[in-house]
Design a protein around this ligand. Structure first.
Ligand code: SAH
Length: 217
């Protein structure tokens, strides 16, 4: 494992993020600090610092580092923020978010992934992340509002149930929107007293968001 943690790998990782336009120092530092090799499948550790998505259990993926950094940067997180993530997957994005905010609630529809991410984050000492088995289209038992919401699976449109959970005074939601197997666009919604403002950011490719808690493990 030391091979993937050596300075050249990590230096290239930072360079790639900067070259692709990530400039927020706190985001860059956080990307440097979170050990991505502990979130990928053991057989993929050598590739943990390449800028690509990798497969994880249940046919899902851990997102490409650039996309994780970009979405995090666009969220403009503050230390006191309460954050909701839909699509825990490996828990990597949640780990990044939690280092820049007060608390993160992350929701995953596969029990296997939720349990693995919870254990992984606990082992690494994260104490401000709650991993919940649930459906991002139909959140049960979630109370209060969120300063920031990030969706990491592609939705055909942004459900009102999510924008309703957004803090009304400048809350920001970022989500990949588009057909399940076609081009998707990362969309940013800002909620203000006068309504929702939408901005299309960049083209992306995410696994689809599917309704309901998965019946397979
Ligand atoms: N953020 C993750 C990558 C997410 S991949 C990481 O950092 O590793 C997208 C994840 O969203 C998958 O694990 C998938 O099972 C989950 N997902 C899809 N639809 C969902 C839904 N309706 N509710 C909750 N999670 C969902």
């Amino acid at each position: 494992m030391s091979a993937v943690q050596n300075p050249p790998e990590k230096m290239m990782f930072q360079l790639t993020l900067r070259r692709r336009g990530i400039s927020d120092q706190a985001v860059l530092r956080t990307m440097e600090e979170v050990p991505r090799e502990l979130f990928v499948e053991p057989g993929d550790r050598e590739d943990a610092y390449r800028d690509s998505a990798l497969g994880i259990a249940c046919g899902q993926t851990i997102s490409q580092p650039f996309v994780v950094a970009y979405m995090t940067e666009q969220l403009k997180l503050q230390r006191n923020h309460r954050v909701l993530e839909i699509g825990t997957g490996s828990g990597y994005q949640a780990a990044v978010l939690s280092r820049l905010s007060r608390e993160v609630l992350t929701v995953e529809r596969y029990r296997t992934l939720a349990d693995a991410a919870r254990a992984r984050l606990e082992t690494q000492g994260y104490d401000n992340i709650e991993v919940m088995l649930g459906d991002g289209f139909d959140l049960v038992g979630v109370t209060g509002t969120f300063d920031r919401i990030i969706v990491t699976a592609a939705m055909e449109q942004i459900p009102e149930t999510l924008t309703d959970l957004l803090e009304s005074d400048g809350g920001i939601l970022i989500a990949p929107i588009g057909p399940q197997h076609g081009a998707q666009t990362l969309v940013r919604i800002v909620r203000t007293a006068s309504g929702l403002e939408r901005k299309d950011l960049v083209d992306v490719r995410f696994v689809p968001a599917l309704p309901g808690i998965a019946r397979e493990l």
